[in-house]
Write a protein that binds this ligand. Structure first.
Ligand code: SF4
Length: 376
């Protein structure tokens, strides 16, 4: 029995597939992915973006392969990348085979769009030969004609049926190492389609609200749609689609998972909006700290609260806490307990130092636990 049952999320039971060395589905952590927007054949530019995504914590990165030049470059990209690479293929079965041969960990492809049964067989064989999984990616904007005729418009039922039809083609080829997405830019449609699909199969689900918009609008829209699904236990890997730097997609993805306590990475900052009672400039301090603490990947919590109204309460629940106090003297809490005071001028440097120390401590503990586990 959980101590706080209102915080429990019971995840849908899905089968597990591998995207390279990253498990997706089952009891694997929900992975966070993004996609490059460079020309794939420009290996240098693509690798620079993949490195930034890796640094931000991306578990998986997708690159599009619209032409032979791209699949030719894929070999180099796969060799240099530290994360598994998904090749995004539309229609051209040859690109899929080339991508599998080049070492892609997963193919994003809809088998119903490849053409003849022979072509599907060839793609499946290439995937099996090279240990490649697949993602079926249904999109409300490109539903098959027969489904639009049958259902009249893109609707959840049509999207689920499309996904299951593509899945059947792979199953008929004795291939089950795939995950599915049913994306729509309409949040109601996407959520209902994912809910329907979650009921209809046990394949792992890749969540996304497609073409969600710019950084602010897209973040809100994605958080509402994907948040609703994740909260109800649906979703095994996520991609936030933003018309913004792909690194933002990773950051937003992790924030979403952190909010739901599904996964943790880096410093979770609890901060107040500030008001006339603030004893130091909360907004500016938090903005600076967010930047200065970007390099920390160890999960931990930090509260930055302007005054004693909410400061002590929040500090009790966080690893490190700062509460604004009188005469430019602010209270620092460690593990929820009052520890020492700090003056205005040193807040940021001091908190960064404390966070870095705490991260080192936690990492040392984790390494010790891991070596004990290995020895036993
Ligand atoms: S914690 Fe204090 S400073 Fe922050 S918003 Fe509340 S009353 Fe204002």
């Amino acid at each position: 029995m959980s101590v706080r049952p209102y915080r429990d999320i019971i995840r849908r039971k899905s089968r597990q597939v591998m995207v390279g060395d990253v498990p997706v589905g089952g009891d694997a952590p929900i992975s966070v992915q993004s996609m490059t927007n460079t020309l794939t054949h420009d290996v240098e530019a693509t690798m620079a973006q993949i490195r930034s995504l890796e640094e931000a914590g991306a578990d998986i990165v997708r690159v599009s392969c619209p032409d032979e030049e791209s699949t030719a470059a894929l070999k180099d990209i796969v060799r240099q990348a530290n994360v598994p690479i998904v090749a995004d293929i539309h229609f051209h079965y040859k690109r899929a085979i080339e991508a599998a041969e080049a070492g892609a960990a997963c193919l994003r492809i809809n088998p119903g769009n490849i053409g003849s049964a022979d072509r599907v067989r060839e793609v499946v064989r290439a995937a099996k030969d090279h240990g490649c999984s697949m993602r079926i990616g249904v999109n409300a904007g490109s539903l098959e004609k027969h489904l639009l005729e049958q259902f009249g418009e893109p609707c959840p039922e049509a999207m689920v049926q499309s996904a299951l039809e593509h899945a059947k083609i792979l199953e008929d080829n004795d291939f089950r190492d795939f995950k599915i997405s049913v994306k729509a830019s309409d949040v109601f449609l996407a959520v209902a389609a994912y809910q329907g699909l979650a009921e209809a199969c046990d394949y792992p689900l890749h969540l996304g609200i497609t073409e969600a918009g710019g950084l602010r609008g897209g973040t809100v829209k994605s958080s509402i749609g994907m948040g609703m699904l994740l909260w109800s236990g649906i979703g095994d890997t996520i991609r936030v689609s933003l018309s913004a730097d792909p690194v933002e997609e990773i950051k937003v993805g992790f924030e979403m998972l952190k909010s739901l306590d599904l996964r943790h990475r880096g410093v979770r900052i609890v901060s107040c909006p500030s008001c006339a009672r603030q004893a130091f400039p909360v907004i500016k301090t938090v903005e600076t700290l967010e930047k200065r603490l970007e390099h920390i990947s160890t999960p931990m919590s930090l509260s930055i609260i302007g005054c004693v109204v909410n400061g002590p309460g929040e500090a009790r629940e966080t690893d490190i806490g700062l509460t604004g106090g009188g005469n430019g003297n602010h209270m620092v809490y460690l593990s929820g307990v009052t520890d020492h005071k700090i003056d205005d001028a040193h807040i940021v440097d001091h908190i960064v130092e404390l966070v870095e120390q705490k991260a080192a401590e936690l990492e040392a503990e984790r390494a010790k636990d891991a070596s004990v586990r290995q020895a036993s």
